[in-house]
Design a binder for this molecule. Structure first.
Ligand SMILES: [Fe+2]
Ligand SMILES: [Fe+2]
Length: 467
């Protein structure tokens, strides 16, 4: 059999009804998700699927809205209803941003945020059942989200809920023993009948990178990897998720040598704005994942990917210049890392000095600093020696989200950067600072390396012969 379906996630829909002002006149917000274009992105994604002669089936793994306000939920359901009426077959789960875990706001006449009343989780979850759980042939009794559905003849999808075990009731999701047993029983039965099973949930089952383990601490399933290995042994090859907003595919191998792929797709209106189309050929035992870049009209000559990059990195990229030349503007952005404004304004000369040093940093200077650790001569890096090193730092931040980091281990940039990390490790080893403790058990080079080069499966397009 050949199965085709789509994966979209983290729609972060924000209703235009929430604006009391002309939203088209508002500046682009400096965030990783472009909520001003979330409606357009969702409509575009649904129209791509509707118009695909191959398939109209889509799994959607949560964060349907940006923060769970009633206007946005109403419109998302309306769009899913229209999609279904045109032959679309969505399988959704709701999650974090669909509930009142975040500040809920509308935008007033002056473009300022005004607090709005959040919806209760129990009032949101059942309203999406017609677009997922109601189409399932079994539901797990232990929660209100998990279901299993035959999404195409012989292809079964398990949409997982979870337990939250942490004190704040938000972090550290966990698959309960009962839930895992329920799923394993279904998978064994389906596999015996010759069926194929794929899985999905909102949160990631494994962390996409050491950097995410730190910035997204508590956001990965505590027992995700162990459960994934069990699923691999039962013949499940694909597990989809969202939440991280990171474009990433990771291979997990069980102790018995069976493989399962954690497919994390970035947010539909986020940086980078992407969705995926998946083909599984069960006769040839091949799955093929293709990434589709979202494109929208009227973005001032920018592609949607460039536009969302500008929203995400635009402000951060002004930081080095502002440090050196405009301390007031630097203070306004709180140094990009929530530094107290007063502290910045109290020490303008120190800020300007540090800015000058940062801007003056070239590959050549960094290479000299770490010369013992990269074994290159000046001739080897002469082409890049005057290039500003700070640009690479922004690229590393972008690489965290867009996947497929592409500075190969043979590249000069890779050697100079990792060399510098190793030298810093050496220098700091004599100080009373435990960098590994700060970086959740990773050394500085282990933390930076995946941001320089993706040595795992291709994060966008991947074809695999599975067993
Ligand atoms: Fe999200
Ligand atoms: Fe989320």
């Amino acid at each position: 059999m050949i199965y085709k379906f789509y994966h979209i996630t983290d729609v972060h829909y924000y209703s235009k009804k929430n604006f009391a002002c002309d939203y088209t006149k508002l500046p682009q917000p400096s965030t990783q998700i472009c909520i001003l274009k979330s409606e357009e992105a969702f409509k575009k994604a649904l129209s791509i699927i509707e118009n695909d002669p191959d398939t109209n089936t889509a799994i959607i793994t949560g964060d349907l809205t940006n923060h769970g306000d009633a206007n946005s939920h109403n419109e998302v359901r309306e769009l899913l209803g229209e999609f279904t009426a045109k032959g679309g077959d969505p399988y959704v789960v709701t999650d974090t941003h669909d509930y009142p875990y975040f500040d809920v706001y509308t935008i007033d006449e002056n473009g300022k945020k005004v607090p709005d009343t959040p919806m209760n989780r129990e009032d949101v979850v059942p309203t999406y059942y017609p677009f997922g759980r109601d189409k399932g042939f079994d539901k797990f009794d232990g929660d209100d989200t998990t279901y299993i559905a035959e999404i195409l003849p012989g292809l079964y999808y398990i949409a997982f809920g979870y337990d939250l075990t942490s004190a704040d009731g938000y972090n550290d999701p966990k698959f309960s023993d009962e839930l895992m047993d329920w799923a394993k029983k279904h998978i064994a039965e389906i596999r015996q009948k010759g069926g194929t099973v794929i899985c999905g949930t909102h949160w990631p089952i494994v962390s996409p990178s050491p950097a995410y383990s730190i910035v997204g601490k508590g956001n990965t399933f505590l027992n995700g990897e162990a459960f994934a290995k069990d699923l691999a042994d039962l013949g499940v090859r694909l597990f989809f998720s969202g939440h991280t907003h990171i474009q990433c595919i990771k291979k997990i191998t069980s102790d018995n040598g069976n493989e399962i792929y954690s497919v994390q797709t970035s947010s539909l209106p986020g940086f980078p704005p992407k969705m995926r189309k998946i083909t599984i050929d069960t006769d040839k035992k091949i799955f093929d994942i293709k990434t589709i870049d979202m494109e929208l009209d009227e973005l001032g000559g920018l592609s949607f990917a460039e536009y969302t990059r500008k929203g995400f990195l635009g402000i951060i990229e002004t930081i080095p210049y502002n440090m050196e030349h405009d301390v007031k503007a630097f203070a306004e952005t709180e140094g990009g890392v929530s530094l107290p404004k007063e502290l910045i304004l109290k020490h303008p000369k120190i800020v300007m000095f540090l800015g000058r040093k940062l801007n003056g940093l070239t590959y050549g200077k960094v290479a000299k600093f770490s010369r013992k650790y990269h074994n290159m001569t000046e001739k080897d890096y002469t082409d890049v020696k005057d290039k500003k090193f700070v640009a690479l730092l922004f690229d590393l931040v972008a690489n965290l989200y867009r996947g497929n980091a592409s500075y190969s281990p043979d590249s000069v940039e890779y050697k100079i950067t990792l060399g510098a990390m190793k030298k810093i490790e050496k220098l700091t080893s004599i100080l009373p600072i435990d960098i590994k403790k700060i970086l959740c058990g990773y050394s500085l080079s282990e933390f930076v390396e995946p941001l320089l080069c993706n040595e795992g499966p291709d994060d966008d397009n991947l074809s695999v012969n599975y067993n």
